[in-house]
Structure formats: structure tokens, C-alpha cells
Design a protein around this ligand. Structure first.
Ligand code: EPU
Length: 418
């Protein structure tokens, strides 16, 4: 097991450079399979989720060359075979292979994907997208076999703007015959990143980033190149670190537009910040105001920053309220924050109330999932004394070099292998 150990209370000064977005990269890598030629993806983050996807690519017979933050994938000689459950359950994004293999070979056999345990996370909308393209879905226990003689453009209305279902339907539809329309599509920047990549390979996708995406099928996808967008959730996490412990901390390589919902919320709280075109400066501010926050799909406040933000809400002067609308089990961090001294009341499954400010004290806690872990890292940075976060593999799945990045700006943090 990996443990993150933090000696709290140190001011953060200097620059943190933001890496490529996990949730883009984990879709771009499976999307590469749709090409019949070599594709190149730049600004790939060095996180364990990418290692797991590379394992699947290699298992299928793709040639994968990874050098620094660039990955070159040649899928010419892949064999379309069942992806073992032992690999697919390592992460949620493994199911992007379901759609790219279906799109390319009209047949795929795969198991239910893994991912953080933050709710039920069904895949019904993805399967509905496949069926709208004329595919048959056979579900046996945990295993899905999806096939079609040919995929034909269809019209799908998503019951909720699901990121995964939007990307999966796009991937399955790029080589279908005729036009596919996805309505009530998710609008996250990661979806635009994937559409740009596919279009660069020769696909015809319009409307990505809006709630209606139109895809005109093409026969062949060829060479392609894409740069992974900066990770808005990683950026948001370090911005919150700056609001907790920063002294003019620079968060570099960001697209501020992508995190407007956080930036504006912090301004509402009275946090000192200077936002520029691709970076911002942020400092710890006394007497920050409490706020009401509700998570919602992009451009709303992201569920992935809800847990990290909770740490900052413990430092506001007054009572804040937080509503989680996306996942039914994303408050597993609360018990640990309480142990550290936070005053948080869970009002019902979806709502919490945070009274601040409270001093936090270092404790041994556990990362139950990726963003719960990020929340506890932030709590450790601001707490008095030593915080030990067990099961920190979860954190390393999504934050490239988190220990190095935080140490470089003055934190006292290390990883223990036990
Ligand atoms: N949903 C369904 N049926 C479906 C699909 C989704 O009911 O077929 C529900 C989900 O249960 C959830 C909501 O719709 O309540 C939204 O789910 P969505 O499909 O949008 O989420 P996802 O694609 O599984 C991605 C990110 C998550 C992020 C969400 C929301 C990846 C690999 N994961 O998940 O990231 O929270 O979008 O923005 O892109 C994280 O990075 O920590 C993380 C969990």
C-alpha cells in the first residue's frame, strides 16, 4: 500500500505546472484505435490510469511508444479479442475500448468497467447509444457482447448529459453509415478534445461542447495528432491549495474558462486571486465568506472538485452548504475530515452543511476514492501536525507527480510504501 505523509502548516510559494487532463487522456488513448495509421498524443499525464490503458492497447497488439509526455500509437495490427476483466476493472475509462472496438470491428466483448466507488455508475446510456446505431447488446452477468452487421447513424437522446455515454456514442458513430445525432450531450471540455482528435484523423463531428452533437460517418480514419488539454480538476485542486496555504502561488498552464465555476465561487468567497490568460496567482486569505455550492455538469460546478472544495469550506467564517447532484456516494471524505476537527453535518444523502472556521489536526485517514484523497491531501496541507493518508494509490491514479509538485512549492509531503 502507498501512504502519503504530510507535515502540515507550510506556506506554498512558487509555481505549480498543470499536466494534461486525465479525463481527456483516458478517452484519447482508446480513440486512437479507430485509426488505421499512426497517431500521436502530446501532453499525456504520467498517471497510473494511463498505464492501465496502455496495458489494454498492448494486450490487443497495438504498438505503443511513450516518450516523456508523448505517446505514439500504431493500431494497424491489433487483434479484436475479449479484454480480460482483470484489466478492464482497473478503471472506468476501459469502456472507451468498448466503443472504439465496436466502431472499428462491429463486434466487441468486454466486462463492466471499474472506477472510483462513488455511486452505482451504470452504463445504460452508453448501451442505448450503441443500440441507436443498430448494434445488439447481449449482457451475461458482468460481460457485454455488442455486435452489428453494420452500424448505421442513429438519433439518441441521453437521459442525462453523461460524459461517458457522449464519448462512447461519438467513438462508435464516427465510422457508422450516415448521420448520428446525440441530443442532451454532455458539454465538458474533454469531449471537445476527443472530437478534435477524431476530426484530425478524418472524422466529421460538429457541435462537440454543445448539447447537440452531429456525426457524419466516414469509411476510414488515418494519421492524427492531438494535444491533451490542461487538467481542470488538477488545476482546481491546486488553486484550492493556494487558497488554503498560498503566498502568491502561481498555477500555470491552465485554461481559466474551463474552471470559471470555481474561480467565480472563490471570488464570491473573497479569496485573493489574479487571473491571467493561462495562469493565475492565489494567496491564503483571512475571513473568507461561506458559500452555497451545487455540483452540476459543465459549465456548472464540477462534482470532481466538490470534495477538494470541502476542505476550504472548513476554513470559511460561517456556514456553507454543499449539494452533490451527480453521484450518490461522494461524501466518504466527510468522516475523515470530521476526525481531523471539521464541523460537518450530513443533512441527507445529497447535502452537507459545513461550519467554519475550524482548526484541523493531522491524523491517519484513508483515501476512499481519487477526489476524496485529494480532499485529504488539502486537509493535510492546512492541518497542524502529521497527516497520513492510507490507500493513496487512488490519488496517484489521477494526479501526476503530486508529491514532487507540492514539495517544489514548499509543502512537506512524501510517499511511504508499506
Ligand atoms: N449515468 C447513468 N447512466 C449512464 C451514464 C451515467 O445513470 O449510462 C449517471 C451516473 O451514474 C452519474 C451521472 O450520470 O450519476 C454522470 O455520469 P457520467 O457518465 O457523466 O460520468 P462518467 O463518464 O462515468 C466522468 C469522469 C468522472 C466525472 C464525471 C462527471 C472519466 C473517466 N470520468 O465520469 O471523473 O466525475 O464524468 O463529470 O472521464 C474523477 O475524475 O474523479 C471522476 C470520477
Amino acid at each position: 500500500m502507498k501512504q502519503i505523509e504530510i507535515d502540515g502548516g507550510h506556506i506554498l510559494e512558487g509555481t505549480i505546472n498543470i499536466s494534461g487532463a486525465k479525463n481527456s487522456a483516458v478517452a484519447l488513448v482508446p480513440a486512437a484505435l479507430l485509426s488505421d495509421d499512426v497517431v500521436v498524443i502530446n501532453n499525456i499525464p504520467n498517471i497510473s490510469d494511463i498505464d492501465a490503458l496502455n496495458e489494454i492497447l498492448t494486450y490487443l497488439g497495438a504498438e505503443v511508444l511513450r516518450e516523456n509526455d508523448t505517446i505514439k500509437i500504431n493500431s494497424k495490427n491489433i487483434i479484436n479479442k475479449e479484454i480480460p476483466e482483470s484489466i478492464s476493472k482497473k478503471l472506468r475509462a476501459s469502456y472507451y475500448f468498448m466503443s472504439s472496438l465496436l466502431g472499428k470491428y462491429k463486434h466487441v466483448e468486454m466486462f463492466f468497467p471499474g472506477g472510483c466507488s462513488i455511486g452505482a455508475r451504470p452504463i445504460d446510456q452508453t448501451l442505448k447509444g450503441f443500440e441507436a446505431l443498430g448494434a445488439t447488446v447481449i449482457e451475461e452477468g458482468n460481460k457485454f457482447t455488442v455486435f452489428a452487421d453494420k452500424l448505421v447513424g442513429g438519433h439518441v437522446y441521453l437521459d442525462m448529459p453523461s460524459v461517458g455515454a457522449t464519448i462512447n456514442t461519438m467513438l462508435a458513430a464516427v465510422k457508422a453509415e450516415g448521420e448520428t445525432i446525440i441530443e442532451n450531450a454532455a458539454k465538458e471540455p474533454e469531449i471537445v478534445n476527443v472530437a478534435i482528435f477524431l476530426n484530425n484523423m478524418g472524422a466529421k463531428i460538429r457541435g462537440a461542447g454543445t448539447s447537440e452533437i452531429r456525426i457524419t460517418g466516414v469509411n476510414k480514419l488515418g494519421r492524427g495528432f492531438v494535444e491533451v488539454i490542461p487538467d481542470r480538476i488538477e488545476a482546481g485542486t491546486y488553486i484550492i491549495a493556494g487558497a488554503l496555504m498560498g503566498n502568491n502561488l502561481k498555477i500555470n498552464n491552465i485554461i481559466p474558462d474551463h474552471i470559471d465555476s470555481l474561480i467565480l465561487k472563490l471570488k464570491e468567497m473573497g479569496v485573493k486571486m489574479n487571473v491571467h490568460e493561462n495562469h493565475l496567482f492565489i494567496s491564503k486569505t483571512e475571513n473568507i465568506k461561506p458559500v452555497i455550492v451545487k455540483t452540476i455538469g459543465y459549465p456548472g460546478f464540477p462534482t470532481d472538485l466538490q470534495q477538494p472544495l470541502t476542505t476550504l469550506l472548513t476554513q470559511c467564517s460561517g456556514t456553507s452548504y454543499l449539494e452533490e447532484t451527480i453521484y450518490e456516494n461522494r461524501f466518504q471524505n466527510i468522516a475523515y475530515l470530521r476526525n481531523m476537527g471539521a464541523s460537518i453535518e450530513q443533512l441527507d444523502k445529497r447535502h452537507i452543511k459545513i461550519n467554519g472556521p475550524t482548526n484541523l489536526t493531522g491524523m491517519t485517514v484513508e483515501a476512499t476514492d481519487l477526489r476524496a484523497g485529494a480532499c485529504l491531501v488539502l486537509a493535510g496541507l492546512v492541518a497542524n501536525g502529521k497527516t497520513i493518508i492510507n490507500k493513496s494509490e487512488h490519488v496517484l491514479r489521477g494526479y501526476e507527480n503530486i508529491v514532487e509538485k507540492l514539495n517544489d512549492v514548499g509543502a512537506k509531503i512524501k510517499i511511504n510504501e508499506i
